[in-house]
Design a protein around this ligand. Structure first.
Ligand code: MTE
Ligand code: MO
Length: 332
C-alpha cells in the first residue's frame, strides 16, 4: 500500500514514521547479520561503523553538487562505497563505444551546455526545462544506491538528485498516462558510436508510471558530491536502483508520457534477453547466463568472492508491492 504525502509524492508506510531512515536501515541489517552468530555480530558492528563513517570523499575535479542526506527509505546502504575512480572508468555508455573503458576515454566530446529536457505526451503541462530549471525544481539529496548491471557486476554509488516524482507532479500526468519513456541524447557529431549498428538510436528506456513515481526512482545530476562525469550520463540521468543498470538512461533529453508500453532500446535489440521490466532477480536467469551472483567492482582480486544477488537488488521491502501478483518469470 502506498501513502500519499503532500511533500514528496508517495511513500511506503514503513519505518520513516518510526525512526530516521539510516538508523532504521542499519538496525534492520544488523539484526539480520547478527542472526549469523558471533562472527556475524563482529562483522555487523564493523559494517555499521563503516557505513556511519562513510563521508563521501570529494574527487575534486568537477563542479560541486552537494545534497543533504536523503530520507527516502532504502537510499542508504551500509556497504562500502565504490571508489570514484572505478565508478567513473568502468562504464556502459554505448554512444561512446561498447568497451567498459571507452566512455571514460571518449565522452569528453559530449556537449552538456546548453541542455534542455522536453516533457511531452499525456500531461496537462508539457514543458521544456533547461538544466538550470531542473536543478532548481527540488532540493538535491545524496542517496547511496547499489547499481547492478545485467552483465553481473555492481557498484555502490552516492548519487545526487531528487525523486523523479517531483518532476512528474509538476507536469500533472493525464488520467490515461500509464508509462514514461526516457529518450536520451543521440548526436552523431559528439557521440562517436551513434550510428553504429549495435542499437537503434536514440537509446530509449521506459518505466510504468507507478515505478517512475516511486520515491526511490532518482533523477540524478551528480555523484560523489560533484556534477556527473560525462561518462556517467551528464548532465542528467535516471537511477532506478532495483532494476538492471540499463534501465537507468543516461543524458536524457526527452521525457514522454504514454498510454502504451513503449519499446525500449535493449528490448528492440534482443527481446528474449531484455524484457520491459528488467527487475534485478536472482531467480530468473538471463538466457545466456545466471543472475544469481554478482561481482562488486573494486573487489575483483583473485580471492574476491562473488556476492549473492538480492531480489530487487536489495530494495524488495520498498518496491516489492509494485509487482504483487505478477509472474516475474513472464514479466522479466
Ligand atoms: N544513454 C545510455 N544510457 C545508458 C547506457 C547506454 O549505453 N546509453 N547503458 C546502461 C547500462 S547497460 C548500465 S549498466 C548503466 C551504467 O551506468 P554507469 O556507467 O553510471 O555505471 O547505464 C545505462 N544507461
Ligand atoms: Mo548494464
Amino acid at each position: 500500500m502506498l501513502i500519499k504525502t503532500s511533500a514528496s509524492g508517495f511513500i511506503h508506510p514503513v519505518s520513516s514514521e518510526i525512526t530516521p531512515q539510516g538508523i532504521y536501515r542499519s538496525r534492520r541489517e544488523l539484526i539480520k547479520l547478527m542472526a549469523g552468530g558471533a562472527a556475524g555480530a563482529a562483522l555487523a558492528s564493523w559494517a555499521g561503523r563503516e557505513a556511519l563513517a562513510q563521508t563521501v570523499a570529494k574527487p575534486g575535479k568537477l563542479a560541486a553538487l552537494a545534497g543533504a542526506r536523503s530520507a527516502v527509505a532504502g537510499a542508504v546502504t551500509m556497504e562500502k562505497i565504490t571508489d570514484y575512480k572505478d565508478a567513473s572508468s568502468y562504464n556502459n555508455f554505448y554512444e561512446f563505444g561498447t568497451d567498459k573503458s571507452d566512455p571514460a576515454r571518449n565522452a569528453h566530446t559530449l556537449k552538456t551546455t546548453p541542455w534542455t529536457v522536453e516533457v511531452e505526451g499525456l500531461v496537462k503541462k508539457p514543458a521544456k526545462y533547461t538544466l538550470e530549471d531542473l536543478l532548481k525544481l527540488s532540493a538535491q539529496e545524496e542517496r547511496i544506491y547499489r547499481l547492478r548491471c545485467v552483465e553481473g557486476w555492481s557498484m555502490v554509488i552516492p548519487w545526487v538528485g531528487y525523486s523523479l516524482a517531483e518532476l512528474i507532479n509538476k507536469v500533472e500526468p493525464l488520467g490515461n498516462a500509464r508509462y514514461i519513456e526516457f529518450i536520451t541524447q543521440a548526436d552523431p557529431k559528439t557521440m562517436p558510436y551513434v550510428g553504429s549498428r549495435v542499437l537503434d538510436w536514440p537509446y530509449v528506456e521506459a518505466l510504468r508510471l507507478d515505478e517512475a513515481m516511486h520515491p526511490l526512482t532518482l533523477l540524478a545530476f551528480g555523484m560523489y558530491g560533484e556534477v556527473l562525469p560525462n561518462q556517467n550520463g551528464a548532465p542528467v540521468r535516471l537511477v532506478v536502483p532495483w532494476k538492471y543498470g540499463f534501465k537507468s538512461g543516461k543524458s536524457i533529453v526527452k521525457i514522454r508520457f504514454t498510454d502504451r508500453e513503449p519499446k525500449t532500446a535493449w528490448n528492440k535489440a534482443a527481446a528474449n534477453e531484455y524484457g520491459f521490466y528488467s527487475n534485478v532477480n536472482p531467480n530468473v536467469d538471463h538466457p545466456r547466463w545466471s543472475q544469481a551472483t554478482e561481482r562488486r567492482i573494486g573487489e575483483d582480486g583473485l580471492f574476491a568472492k562473488k556476492r549473492k544477488t538480492l531480489m530487487f537488488n536489495g530494495y524488495e521491502a520498498q518496491v516489492g508491492q509494485l509487482y504483487a501478483g505478477m509472474d516475474l518469470k513472464k514479466y522479466y
